[in-house]
Each structure stands twice: as structure tokens, then as C-alpha cells.
Ligand binder design. Sequence first.
Ligand SMILES: C[S@@+](CC[C@H](N)C(=O)[O-])C[C@H]1O[C@@H](n2cnc3c(N)ncnc32)[C@H](O)[C@@H]1O
Length: 392
Amino acid sequence: MSDMGPGRRSLRERLLSSGAMAPDWAFAFDAVPRGLFLPEVMWPSAEGERVVVSRTDDLEEWQRWADTDVSIVTQWDDGDHTGLERGELATSSGSMPGVVFDMLRELLVFDGAKVLEIGTGTGWCAALLSARLGETNVVSVEIDEAVAKAAREALDAAGWHPELVVGDGLLGWPDGAPYDRVLVTAGVREVPRAWIDQTRPGGVLVMPWGPIFTGQTALVRLVVNDDGTASGHFVGATRFMHVRSQRGEWPRHRDYLPDGWPADTRESTTSLTASDVLPEDDYAAVDFVLGLLVPDCVHAHGRSPRGTMTMWIYGLGDLSWAAAYFDEETPSASRVYQGGPRSLWNEVETAYRWWTEQGKPGHEQFGLTITTEGHQHPWLGEPSTLVRHIRE
Ligand SMILES: C[S@@+](CC[C@H](N)C(=O)[O-])C[C@H]1O[C@@H](n2cnc3c(N)ncnc32)[C@H](O)[C@@H]1O
């Protein structure tokens, strides 16, 4: 630790004092400087905005960001985008150190545990796992060839040689199975059975999981049972880029309402307010819970031309839609418009009322079971209390 710069030293202290980094991971932090895994040009997150930093132009600034507890985008648009401007979609990154160590802590590793990582990204995490568990116990899978190549070069230069695989991590890596631990560093909406099948009974999987309704995910820790199921609690909210095939296509408004309000639009009112269902906090439990109960839809919000906060909900797979115009002057009677086979607003309102009746439980009170057939069953409190989808 003696040759650590002040920025890295202070990050270390922060991670330890916040409890994100368990003491048994401090040695790995010391052995693996994050800066060795970050590219020449990168886009750290500064108060929600992405700024661009170049090592050649400003080494000090570049190093300051490398030692800061923020996520850093390292690739846009699956590599199609080049240049210094930000691209459309962040497709690879160095995850926030606090989140990386949260995940490593939740993984509950033991000396000599064999780990499969999905989403090599920069390679920093694979190096941390190698430092903690030995490089022969680490396999990491990355879908993007260029990202994997850069990670391999960085790992080689830093002196770590875990097994790196270029391929679709949703298939796991059967050649290295069975694993004691699986760490997924990209968000998933569907947990592939392959990951569970390749893990020993009693083994642990940690991943960011979230329904399509929201960009938010929650970290879940699943333990593999003897009967081949896997189950466990969520351990807190997070936000992650999703695995490639589960990003989800954003629907086009004009496909739902090509000519304004259709003649069969159903009108009603609601007493829910914008702050009930559109929290300012990106990590609020309500967003996650609505997604657990109301499947196969996404939502957006904005202000109408008259300045009214509006929530739009679009069904996926059918053309159901709903719009709630939150009336700040008469909040008990905001107007709702719905169309298509599902009444999506009614589903959201029923879900919200259910959550309120349960005492507004947070992420940690929910859990997830994956059955032997690969079905996903979220639950509240204990695995037998299933959270069921609402369909109206
Ligand atoms: C947030 S980054 C991973 C951060 C990384 N663990 C680190 O330490 O820097 C997510 C990575 O997952 C990769 N990815 C996306 N879908 C994937 C898939 N199906 N299989 C393997 N990797 C995938 C992305 O290309 C991206 O590099």
C-alpha cells in the first residue's frame, strides 16, 4: 500500500469505512490498481453526466477519475462509435468501485473458490478475483471481441492470467464447470439456467437483476439448492448496463397512437400522484416493485405542453398503452387514458396499492427463485410467498 497515491488511498479508506469493501478484499484492492485497466480516453460519470477525459491531454485529471468511486464508460454503441463525443448507448464500462466491492462481498468467496465472471469489461474485476482466489480459479466471459482484447492486454501487462473467453456469457462456460461462485457484472432480466447448472449445490450467484419496466436493477444473491433450484434475497438497488440480448427495444409511440387518441380510448381518474409512481430517486423501491407486478411493459414520463407531469406506459407484445396526466391542482382526480387489450394504468395502480398494503417493503425484503425449468418467481419475505403478476 506504500506506493499508493493519495487518491487511491482515500478511495480505499472510503470503501472500507462505508462497509462496501470487506476487509478480506483489501489485499486485492492494494494489488490491483484500477487505473491499469482503464483506456486512454474514457467517460466517467460526473453528477449523472458523462465527461470525457484523455490520459494524454491531462494525466492528473485522468488519474483523479480512475481513483474516484464512479462508473466509467469505456465503449459506446458496441464499438461503432469513435471519437471524443459521447455515443448513444454505453456498452462497456469499468463499474463503480463501491458496487464492484458490494458484489464481491456478497459473493461470500472462500480460499480456492472457483469463479465464473460474466462481462469481463475492463478486466479489473477479473484481476481482483485473481488476486483474491488465484488466477487459475477465475474464468471470465466477454461478448465483445475488442473489449475482450483490451482486457487481455491490460491483464497481461498487470501480470494476471485468468482464463478469458470471448463469447455469449448467457451460455456460461461449461468447460470450466462446476463453479463455486458466479459473478455477473451486467444486468439481466432472465437468469439463464446454464449458470445454475454449471454451479455446485451450495454455490452462490450474484447479479444485478431487474424487470423490463425499469432501468433499475437490484443485486440478488442466489444459492443453488440440491434440487437444482436457486433462490435468495435481493441485497439492494443498483443500475447496470444489461447483457446484450436483454437490453430491450424501446417501443415507438407512433406505433401505439398513430393518429392521436383512438375512438375507443377508455377515460378514468386516479388519486395517485406523480411522486407516488415517478420517484425522483433512481433507486427507489417503487419502480422495482411495479416492475415485479406489472410484466411486459415499459414506462416514460415528461411534461405535456400545458406543463402537466405525464406518465406513459407501453405494453410489449401487444399495443396496450396508458397515459396518466397528474393534475397538481386537483391531485385526487388526475385524468387517465388507456387503450388496447390490457388496462396498464389499472395494473400499475393495483400494484401500487398492494405495495402500500404490505407496508412499502424495500428491495431487501424481496427475493427470487429460479425453478428447475428456468421459471423466475419473485417473492416477498420468504420463497413460499410469491409475488404474482397483475393482468387487467
Ligand atoms: C459493466 S461492464 C463489466 C465491468 C467489468 N466487470 C469490469 O470490471 O470492468 C459489462 C460488460 O458485459 C459485457 N456483456 C454484455 N453482454 C454480454 C454477454 N451476453 N456475455 C458476456 N459479456 C457481455 C459488455 O460487453 C461489457 O463489457
